[in-house]
Design a protein around this ligand. Sequence first.
Ligand code: FES
Length: 108
Amino acid sequence: MSWIDIGAIDDIPLRGARKLRTHLGCVAVFRTDRDEVFATGGTCPHRGGPLAEGIVHGRAVTCPLHNWVFDLETGQARGEDASIPTYPVRVERGRILIDATLLRRAAA
Ligand code: FES
């Protein structure tokens, strides 16, 4: 894995999300009420809704446009044959690190 710094955890509130830019493209980063952090593709596969503006509940996010619900760990949409890419992330000394290896593959 090749980790890159994409921002400070304090910039994302609990049960919140942010769209963050990397040199390999944008990702949506979510922080749950249990202080877990997840990163996914930022665009809903239904009609392009901005997932970083969705509602975070448990380990899931609800798309703000038509309420599809995505599991943040697997990327699978509940009740739909669709998914979003997920990326490994970790938090170290207050900074969010993302695995650039998978981002590179997604950008290719
Ligand atoms: S665009 Fe996300 S549910 Fe329709």
